[in-house]
Design a protein around this ligand. Structure first.
Ligand SMILES: Cc1cc2nc3c(=O)[nH]c(=O)nc-3n(C[C@H](O)[C@H](O)[C@H](O)COP(=O)(O)O)c2cc1C
Length: 410
């Protein structure tokens, strides 16, 4: 790879494929047709995973409505639940569109997500058809948590190592392009599933698919959300709220270290993408943020990443991949030699006394309110938990080394 002159090199290599930038549309509504993917590519997206393809004899009827959201107190959508199934469109139309997309955008990476019943022929036919039409890679959807598991597929496969290995091996037996396995976070331990994918011949892992969830319950009608004519079902949770789960899974996979990873889950800003790369993702996939704001977020994603790399004196994306991994250690190995405590910046304090309340009711009663909106922190009582710094809306509290307590309480 030769870096473009005077520019940060945003290109990333993944299983031998070169992405012009690490931002990829995840398999979901933003990749629901060829026309949509072309629009996104025109705006600068580096790659796209097609909304999961299925054999024509698999019946797909979506429920309406099928989305529900969790809002912050400012009205921002921070969590998103869906009960949507895979594509409803005939395979033949998709194959034509794959050819068109690849001929118009040969430099972008087009990945075909596929799902079939547990029949070798169905998986192999789908993979061969997508590859024959020009898909650069195949992603196996072994991870949809709603609807499909009732039919024994989706997450019902990705929760079982033996089935994961079997289906992966069926596809890798016939595919010449790289095969990615999209993993579900709805498992107790991700490593045996990753091992099974590796044994089945996978080239890479994509993580995470959505987290099985229930968004809420309508207190008047008693129907969980979203209500489909008075009833509901479990759905898949995505958006910003799942980023901590995605980061945990991706970092665990990266520490396992046997396959490259495409990081997914709650990426809404360039900073989130950088976090995923720091914990080991070679590129990132995005769905919910595009559903909430449109393809145009690619401009801020690219600009933000470029500026960050420049500011930190990196010249390419690959230099940051996995940089945080050595800093993720066992809990028992974390430093216990320094006792920390909270410190207040009185200029920022408004005297709301929320820190006093939470320290009394859920901490160590180390904070007391003084006259003129001042607060006082008792270094002998403060246990250094940091709760007060998280509830302070003005960021008037921060953590420093405790000058009094040298030892940490046992
Ligand atoms: C409405 C909706 C439909 C989705 N459909 C698919 C799908 O067909 N295939 C798939 O592999 N993942 C599907 N996903 C999961 C996304 O690709 C992605 O893994 C997940 O939403 C987490 O990323 P995000 O937080 O950026 O949305 C869907 C997600 C949503 C919200």
């Amino acid at each position: 790879m030769v870096a473009p002159a005077n520019k940060i090199d945003l290109r990333t290599e993944f299983c031998g494929l070169i992405f012009p930038n690490p931002f990829v549309l995840a398999s979901a509504p933003p990749t629901a047709s060829g026309a949509m993917i072309k629009k996104a590519f025109k705006l600068g997206w580096g790659g796209a995973v097609i909304k999961t393809l299925k054999p024509d004899d698999m019946q797909i009827v979506d429920v309406t409505p099928r989305f529900a959201t969790l809002k912050s107190s400012h009205g921002e959508t921070i969590g998103f639940e869906n009960m949507e199934l895979v594509t409803k469109r005939p395979l033949g139309i998709w194959l034509k569109e794959i050819r068109e997309i690849k001929s118009e955008f040969p430099d972008r990476v087009l990945i075909a997500s596929i799902m079939a019943d547990i029949k070798k022929e169905s998986w192999q036919n789908l993979a061969k058809a997508a590859e024959g039409a020009g898909a650069d890679a195949i992603e196996l959807n072994l991870s949809c948590p709603h609807g499909m598991p009732e039919r024994g597929i989706g997450a019902a496969v990705g929760q079982k190592p033996e089935l994961t290995k079997l289906i992966t091996s069926w596809v890798t037996e016939v595919a010449e392009v790289p095969v990615f396995i999209k993993l579900t976070p709805n498992v107790t331990d991700i490593e045996p599933i990753a091992e099974a994918a590796l044994e089945g011949g996978a080239d890479a892992l994509s993580a995470i698919n959505t987290v099985e969830s229930m968004m809420g319950v309508d207190l008047d009608t008693f129907v969980p959300m979203p209500s489909v004519d008075g009833s509901s079902s479990y759905g898949g949770y995505s958006g910003m709220a799942v980023k901590p789960i995605g980061l945990r899974v991706v970092s665990q996979l990266a520490k396992w270290g046997q396959l490259p990873i495409s990081g997914i889950g709650g990426i809404s800003h360039w900073e989130h993408a950088v976090e995923y790369m720091l914990v080991g993702a070679s590129n990132v996939q995005i769905c919910t943020a595009v559903m909430l704001k449109g393809y145009g977020i690619i401009h801020d994603l690219i600009k933000g990443l470029e500026q960050y790399l420049e500011k930190k004196s990196f010249t390419s994306v690959k230099e940051i991949i996995g940089l945080s991994l050595p800093k993720i250690i066992a809990h028992s190995s974390l430093d216990r030699s320094k006792a920390m405590m909270a410190q207040v910046n009185q200029e920022w304090c408004t005297g709301c006394n929320l820190c006093v309340t939470v320290c009394e009711d859920a901490g160590y009663a180390a904070i007391s309110g003084g006259p003129n909106k001042t607060i006082y922190i008792d270094s002998k009582k403060c246990d250094g938990c940091s709760l007060c710094t998280h509830v302070c809306r003005r960021k008037a509290l921060n953590m420093v080394v405790n000058p009094v307590r040298k030892e940490i309480r046992g």
